[in-house]
Ligand binder design. Structure first.
Ligand code: GDD
Ligand code: MG
Length: 359
């Protein structure tokens, strides 16, 4: 097979990562030094994918401005834009208009926010051997409620229960990990011109019709970067090499430091420091993402957090599990804990605000 094509679903609004996603689509936020989509493209390319169609909707131009025709990234890139979001199935159908492969060829589809060490060629081979209509990449998680539940018998999928609402629906800890191998002609069966959810409509419909839906369980690394904590974790795991990405600038290590950044304190546990950012003396930054030009004062502790571009964190602050929007300013001595989000350009003066879970 000379050309292996892939569709990346990157049209979601990323509401769980607000305010960072107010102006930037979630997949274009910097993870381990480059936009997350760049890691996904590099990982797909290493697995033999040669053409990628980006199914975009929200802020579509941000992708094309950065990736162009893909030649700088080693793949041929095309774009299909939805005027109104068409849902996951509608987006796949819409993007398929840009595919060049034949009706029986495989198409590798990815949710645009999953980080994985999946062996894509092995999954394609299993799809070929089973002569399947679709193969679903599955993984096991402790709490499956936020995902699509996918029970199997042998390697055959028996049901698809998206975001179960009742305890009775929690029939397995095996979930849809957000990557599929579709027979191209199966994509062409998805209705056009209206929103379609692949999880709520297409997969249950295929199962009801008795089509061959293969479950491919891969026990390796998997993470959905949809929440702030997971986003910081995913970035840290690429920086330290827990999961490999050919797009990581340089070799894996305890921290990634961008051009012109000044680190006087300590950045560890996979912290990514953006270009021109500053980390002051005696500060400790762990498993966090500092966007470009973020300024961390002295004696600051930052953990599992995302600090927006050009924001500034005053001396002596403690930030754990928080999101700070671009250009925000946190005065000295503040403590911001689990789940706090500071909106862009917001100013929290010294002593005027002190967020803490135990106060
Ligand atoms: N183009 C386009 N248009 N893309 C979309 C649209 C749309 O209307 N809606 C969602 N997407 C993209 C998102 O950008 C994201 O990359 C992907 O589709 C999945 O959407 P999420 O909003 O991240 O869904 P989720 O994480 O709640 O659930 C999905 O992923 C889980 C695994 O991470 C489902 O596929 C679950 O079944 C699955 O378990
Ligand atoms: Mg997701």
């Amino acid at each position: 097979m000379a050309v292996l094509e892939s569709i990346l679903l990157v049209g979601g609004k990323g509401t769980r990562l607000r305010p960072l996603t107010i102006n930037t689509p979630k997949p274009m936020l910097p993870v381990a030094g480059v936009p997350f989509t760049e890691h996904q493209i590099a990982i797909a390319r290493a697995a033999g994918v040669t053409r990628v169609v980006l199914g975009t909707s929200y802020r579509a131009e941000v992708f094309s401005d950065y990736f162009g025709d893909g030649s700088a990234f080693g793949v041929a890139l095309d774009y299909r834009v939805e005027d109104e979001p068409l849902g996951t199935g509608g987006a796949i159908r819409n993007a398929a208009a840009a595919l060049t492969c034949g009706p029986d060829d495989p198409v590798v589809v990815f949710n645009g926010d999953i980080l994985t060490g999946l062996d894509i060629p092995a999954m394609v081979r299993a799809w070929v051997e089973a002569d399947a209509d679709v193969a679903l990449y599955l993984t096991r998680v402790d709490d499956p409620r936020a995902f699509g539940l996918v029970p199997t018998v042998g390697d055959r999928v028996t049901a698809f229960l998206e975001k179960p609402q009742t305890p009775e629906e929690i029939v397995t800890d095996q979930i849809n990990a957000g990557c599929y191998i579709f027979r191209r002609s199966v994509i062409d069966e998805i209705p056009t011109g209206r929103p379609v959810s692949v999880e709520r409509e297409t997969f249950p419909g295929l199962l009801e019709a008795g089509r061959t839906v293969l479950g491919w369980v891969d026990p390796g690394y998997w993470l959905d970067l949809g929440t702030p904590l997971a986003f910081a974790q995913g970035s840290a795991d690429i920086v330290t090499g827990v999961v490999g990405s050919p797009a990581l600038p340089g070799a894996p290590g305890p921290a990634l430091v961008g051009d012109g950044a000044q680190v006087r304190g300590e950045c560890t546990a996979g912290t990514s420091v953006g270009a021109g950012a500053v980390v002051g003396e005696r500060s400790q930054v762990r498993s966090s993402v500092l966007f470009d030009r973020a300024r961390i004062g002295s004696d600051v502790v930052v953990e599992n957090s995302i600090i927006g571009a050009g924001s500034s964190i005053g001396d002596g602050c403690v930030l754990r599990g928080v999101v700070v929007g671009d250009g925000a300013r946190i005065g000295a001595g503040n403590e911001l804990l689990d789940g706090v989000r500071v909106w862009p350009d917001m100013v929290l003066d010294d002593c005027s605000v002190r967020f803490s879970s135990d106060q």
